[in-house]
Design a protein around this ligand. Structure first.
Ligand SMILES: Cc1ncc(C[n+]2csc(CCOP(=O)(O)OP(=O)(O)O)c2C)c(N)n1
Length: 639
């Protein structure tokens, strides 16, 4: 069925194909993408939009030698299909299958494992510089970056540096007018003006006229290109921002016209110095529902196409932590008009659209600019507002220094609600929220918390907003359960003891509480009496309760869905050592010191023991070990 695509073993196989055949290839790639999203959640609209661009790039350059980086990397599916991964493509985003992002372990055509936006121009400049210094100046360097990722601060740092170095570098701006949600900010408006500017239409047709006389392959003349550049510089408006930074700005051009793309790429290939090629694409191109609703189709759930209408295969289901957090934020904003909320281009992922619509003046989308968002929140906090920075754990890593300097060092009451804290399944290592416990608890003044169940999300947010210090609340990408118990009120640095046990204690930090309770109940039915503590706070840690449990329990198992190194369990060990308490009978469950692959979240959690059975089994092992140590047959006999 995919007559051309199925024969593409490497991009070299594109070399004999005509533009008509390349267009057929585009249709075949789109067909593969549509079949994929009928089976599972995957990045869709962005990939539909870059089909022709991917083909033109691989047809023009030789990326077995030249350098190519797709910024963020979520739009890399056509590239994967063109670089020898057609046969395995059906495995993408499944355990053991292809990654949904670039992965050098899969292919030499993928240079970096990425998933976070904004680094492409910097890394490409490094590659350019490395190749130049090592006598490989003939290798071309190409970074493709979306208009959503473009306003990230680091991109401008890289453009500034590249312009100053006059590096031979091609930056392709893939302008589809969208981030995940509609793009925001001044740069977005600037791109709009570039598209609309009548002078530009003029430039475009002038350039086209010239290009029509340039042979497709070979002999591109620098003189003509210099003329284009001069034409732009002569004041025909648009692109001046890039020109001033030292780039030659070319475009905008139609990113779905393969012939045109190839012509321009042949042209810019030989243009010396840094070049920005502005390519206009349509997100969702070729599948009408996705083009009409690119927000939903950015990463849609598996769906069936019912006469052009996407019907999700599964709907409903229990409420996720994200929804509880969203509702809690909305409630606080209704209660107090000093409460504001920030997102860094993740309004949809954090399900904040209703909050945005209800509080348009207290909802701030900074674009993909996490470090700015944090410093911005600090400024608001200084004026007396109570900002909530609602960012995924993994993306908030970008703001480490602003969390340190602008927030913690000033002791400003900014609240961080960290979504996707823990394993995030199909996206893999770039998206797991593994490190926030460590990077938050490092800083003096910071209050670091994790709700044990659904109800605690709102209670913790309320508690956080009452503090005069910065605080962080983490929760995973998971459905939130309710753990039935007599609840104790939230108190700074106080854990909640759900039950005590003569044989051991589980101390849970965060959303594994329900699993821990199930695990403890299973053990009880087996004759092992294990108590359960809901830690609530990693910092300040409840020394009295937690160190007390380590002192008096035959064993303690700590549970957290975060990196063990610097995590909650480490905080427990540190507290014990500080108090001179023997912590050798403490076993820590969490994310080990390795990068976790993509795959089903449940599978991945099971591998590291973060399930009810995993927790129970660790307790059994600890019970056997400690009873053997103490020569106590009764416990091991009970197992
Ligand atoms: C640092 C960081 N923050 C947020 C995200 C989440 N994210 C993934 S893709 C995306 C939109 C990117 O827009 P654009 O670059 O225009 O690409 P498009 O999908 O429109 O092709 C966002 C916000 C991310 N990957 N990295």
């Amino acid at each position: 069925m995919h007559q051309i695509l199925s024969k593409i073993e490497s991009p070299a196989d594109l070399s004999n194909l005509s533009n008509e055949q390349l267009e057929q290839l585009s249709a075949e790639i789109r067909d593969v993408l549509c079949s994929l999203v009928a089976t599972r959640t995957a990045h869709f609209a962005s990939n539909l939009g870059v089909v022709e661009l991917s083909i033109a790039l691989h047809r023009t350059f030789d990326f077995s030698r030249d350098r190519l980086i797709w910024d963020t990397g979520h739009q890399i599916y056509p590239h994967k299909l063109l670089t020898g991964r057609y046969d395995e493509f059906g495995t993408i985003r499944t355990t053991g299958g292809l990654m949904g992002y670039p992965n050098p372990a899969e292919s030499d055509y993928d240079l970096f494992v990425t998933g976070h936006a904004g680094s492409s121009v910097s890394t490409m400049l490094g590659l350019r510089s490395g190749d130049d210094l090592q006598g490989e100046k003939d290798r071309h360097a190409v970074a493709v970056i979306g208009d959503g990722a473009f306003p990230s601060g680091i991109v401008f740092e890289a453009l500034n540096n590249a312009g100053g170095m006059n590096a031979n570098l091609l930056v392709v701006l893939n302008d589809n007018k969208m981030s995940i949600c509609p793009r925001v900010g001044g740069v977005a408006d600037y791109f709009d003006r570039l598209r609309m500017n009548p002078f530009y239409t003029g430039v475009k047709s002038e350039v086209l006229k010239i290009l029509n006389h340039v042979p497709l392959l070979g002999d591109p003349t620098e003189r003509l290109l210099a003329q284009c550049k001069e034409a732009v510089k002569a004041g025909l408006h648009g692109g001046m921002l890039f020109e001033e930074l030292g780039f030659s700005y070319i475009g905008p051009i139609d990113g779905h016209n393969i012939g045109l793309l190839r012509k321009y790429m042949e042209m810019v290939k030989t243009l010396p110095g840094p070049v920005l090629l502005h390519v206009v694409t349509e997100k969702g191109h070729g599948y009408q529902p996705a083009a009409a609703d690119p927000v939903f189709f950015h990463t849609p759930p598996a769906f069936i196409d019912d006469n052009g209408k996407a019907v999700p295969k599964k709907s409903g289901g229990p409420k996720a932590y994200t929804n509880y957090a969203r509702d809690a934020i909305a409630e606080q904003m209704r209660k107090c008009d000093k409460v504001t909320v920030m997102t860094a281009a993740m309004c949809q992922g954090t399900k904040m659209e209703p909050v945005r619509d209800e509080f348009p003046h207290r909802f701030f989308d900074t674009g993909i600019c996490e470090s700015h968002a944090v410093a911005f929140a600090a400024g608001q906090a200084k004026t007396g507002l109570r900002p909530i920075v609602n960012i995924y754990s993994t993306f908030l890593q970008r703001s480490f220094d602003q969390i340190f300097q602008e927030v913690a060092l000033q002791d400003l009451p900014v609240v961080f609600t960290m979504d996707r804290a823990g394993l995030t399944a199909a996206d893999g290592p770039t998206h797991h929220g593994s490190y926030d416990i460590g990077y938050m608890r490092l800083f003096p003044n910071m209050i670091v918390m994790a709700p044990g169940d659904a109800e605690e999300v709102g209670e913790m947010l309320n508690f956080a907003l009452l503090q005069d210090h910065p605080s962080a609340i983490r929760y995973p990408k998971a459905n939130a359960e309710t753990v039935e118990r007599d609840r104790t009120p939230m108190e700074l640095g106080k854990a909640e003891v759900l039950s005590t046990g003569a044989d051991g204690t589980v101390i849970c930090y965060g959303a594994q509480l329900a699993d821990a309770q199930r695990g403890v109940e299973t053990l009880k039915s087996e004759g092992l009496d294990v108590g359960l503590i809901n830690a609530r706070f990693c910092k300040p840690i409840d020394r009295e309760t937690i160190v007390g449990a380590v002192k008096t329990s035959p064993f303690v198992v700590t549970v957290e869905e975060g990196a063990l190194m610097t995590g909650f369990g480490s905080a427990v060990l540190e507290a014990c050592t500080d108090e001179g308490v023997d912590a050798s009978r403490v076993k820590r469950l969490g994310i080990p010191d390795t990068f976790i692959d993509h795959g089903e979240r449940e599978e991945r959690l099971a591998e590291i023991g973060l399930t009810a059975e995993g927790i129970a089994q660790t307790c059994r092992e600890m019970a056997a070990k400690t009873s053997a140590l103490h020569g106590d047959d009764s416990i091991s006999a009970g197992l």
